[in-house]
Design a binder for this molecule. Structure first.
Ligand SMILES: [Zn+2]
Length: 284
């Protein structure tokens, strides 16, 4: 005989109740979602330099390197950084929480959409349909011209970066714009970025708004989205106000929620989602 299972903790039980009553799910994801897949955490003092010691030795911080300006001044360094990330995101397997969310979305009448500030493409990799994902900061798997000479985007698939990790520099030829031959860059929003081609993101956002117009009983599960770069949090709050949605916020560091009807889960992403799955009888 199996021992009786323990009831879920109170916060998990309340979150499971919100999901059980939902007809549509919006998954909002920030950097904290990727940490449990083993992706580096750039946040906090030293986080970025722990991930990229070569940049620490040169005293270069995240905001300086992740900038379109660096593609002009030091393209080998800029592509050393983004090439390393591109290769890392291609080879990293999304953690179990992604599968839990995908199965959850299949149970709901209106299904689910994803709104993510992560550029890693991991929701698609975990089996989410491409047309259900909005990447508000773009995707590293797409390239654009650095000028840019047009608003063309193209897949990064053909580019295989060779990066010297000790110096964070690209060893092979960087990708070039097929239209004008200028240096190409990832089509993602960088710091101080006036040249990001956001056409793909704008189309995704328009599609998301059409879905929201028909969705009823919306619950937002927001995961690992901090206040430092608040795009995802701002979107969650818009849904609470504009669509009467309820919010489940998974965030170990900044879990506070706007109202008492919302639920704060002060836990890491994968831990919280596994506990939710257990409470919802999802055995994977
Ligand atoms: Zn060009």
């Amino acid at each position: 005989m199996e021992p009786p299972s323990l009831p879920p903790p109170d916060d998990i039980a309340r979150a499971a109740e919100l999901i059980a009553q939902a007809e549509a799910l919006v998954i909002g994801a920030g950097a904290g979602m990727g940490i449990d897949s083993g992706l580096p955490d750039f946040r906090g003092p030293g986080g970025f330099w722990r991930a990229y010691p070569a940049l620490g030795q040169r005293g270069l911080d995240f905001y300086e390197v992740a900038s379109p300006h660096t593609f002009d001044t030091d393209p080998a360094l800029a592509w050393g950084f983004y090439g390393h990330r591109l290769a890392l995101y291609r080879t990293t397997r999304p953690h179990a929480g992604f599968g839990i969310l995908r199965r959850l979305s299949e149970r709901l009448r209106h299904g689910a959409v994803v709104y993510t500030s992560n550029v890693d493409g991991h929701f698609q990799r975990a089996g989410f349909a491409a047309d259900s994902v909005t990447e508000c900061h773009g995707s590293i798997h797409h390239l654009q011209c650095t000028l840019p000479c047009s608003d063309d985007l193209w897949p990064a698939d053909g580019f295989v970066p060779e990066v010297d990790a000790a110096t964070c520099t690209l060893l092979n030829a960087p990708p070039a714009c097929p239209r004008c031959g200028a240096l190409a860059r990832p089509a993602i929003l960088m710091f101080g970025d006036g040249s990001w081609v956001d056409r793909r993101t704008r189309l995704q956002e328009a599609r998301l708004q059409r879905w929201l117009a028909t969705a009823t009983r919306v619950v937002v599960i927001e995961i690992g989205a901090g206040t430092a770069i608040p795009s995802v949090r701002d979107f969650s709050h818009e849904l609470l106000i504009g669509h009467g949605a309820r919010l489940i916020r998974i965030n170990p560091a900044e879990p506070a929620v706007p109202t008492r009807l919302d639920v704060a889960l002060a836990r890491p992403a994968a831990t919280a989602l596994l506990a939710l799955a257990a409470a919802l009888d999802d055995d994977g």
